[in-house]
Design a protein around this ligand. Structure first.
Ligand code: ATP
Length: 255
């Protein structure tokens, strides 16, 4: 594992109308590591993702990506700087095809403002052909290439989740945030997802922070585990040790 520090969050916090949703939260993520973020419902996990991606600006503390301060940056700026995410609820463009959903992420590189048009015309321009090839390369990694012309909405649930990750990867992130990627998946889909996450780590050397309730997945792929409770970090470190921590056990039992 490399020792490159990618992300650091130092004593960050945010208050919503008197409620401290996250406070004194610290996190360091190094290159090419998979880190888990768990905690009871309402602990503040999604709020942490929203803080890291610029949806919310922290009221306290500092977030840095490769040493550059993220506080106050807009969501799209943070995406360009190298953080991509998926959401708890699937947010695909349901009426667009699988290929078009990934092409949207390349929008900034395209001369045409309507990405969907490029896959419906016979004559590709050079630029569009380049993007088409990039889209297909990503779809192949996720074994979604054979579904390229399917409407996203027609894909089985597990493949829709995979497509969301593929779309996030199209922005070439250094850090990928996955919000409950295995939610609603059956065992086969979860096993496939674990394999996909392993491929992302090995092939792209990116770092991944994931929120997940499926402990088999968490313990199967995470090298470090952080536990949030009432917006505060309750425990962090080696996953096997963290889940035996008395405070972690009682936080879950008390849920
Ligand atoms: N925009 C907001 N305005 C007000 N309160 C909010 C807002 N976003 C989150 N909260 C509150 O902050 C707390 C943390 O919520 P959050 O969604 O981050 O928890 P979570 O750990 O992701 O929960 P879950 O596992 O249920 O998704 C909750 O009490 C929630 O109601």
């Amino acid at each position: 594992m490399s020792n490159n520090l990618i992300l650091s969050a130092k004593d960050i916090g945010i208050t919503f109308g008197g409620l401290k949703a996250v406070s004194e939260f610290n996190l360091e993520i190094y290159q090419n590591e998979i880190v888990g973020l768990i905690g009871p419902n309402g602990a503040g996990k999604t709020t942490v993702f929203n803080l890291l991606t610029g949806v919310y600006e922290p009221t306290e503390g500092e977030i840095k990506l490769n040493g550059t301060l993220l506080n106050g940056k807009k969501v799209h700026q943070i995406v360009s700087m190298g953080i991509a995410r998926t959401f708890q609820n699937i947010r695909l463009f349901k009426a667009l095809t699988v290929a078009e959903n990934v092409a949207v992420a390349f929008n900034k590189d395209m001369k045409t403002s309507i990405p969907s048009s490029i896959f419906r015309t016979k004559g590709f321009f050079k630029e569009e052909r380049k993007i088409y090839n990039k889209v297909m390369d990503i779809l192949k990694i996720f074994s979604l290439d054979e579904y390229k012309d399917e409407k996203a909405d027609n894909l089985p649930y597990g493949k829709q989740r995979k497509l969301e990750i593929a779309r996030a990867m199209a922005t070439s992130p250094q850090l990928l945030l996955l919000d409950e990627p295995a939610a609603g998946m059956n065992d086969t889909e979860t096993a496939e997802l674990m394999e996909t996450i392993g491929i992302l780590k090995d092939k792209f050397k990116i770092s991944i922070l994931l929120i997940e309730h499926d402990m088999n997945l968490v313990l199967g792929i995470c090298e470090k585990l952080n536990v949030l409770d009432y917006g505060r970090m309750l425990a962090s470190g080696n996953p096997q040790e963290v889940i035996k921590d008395e405070r972690v056990i009682s936080a879950y039992l008390g849920d």
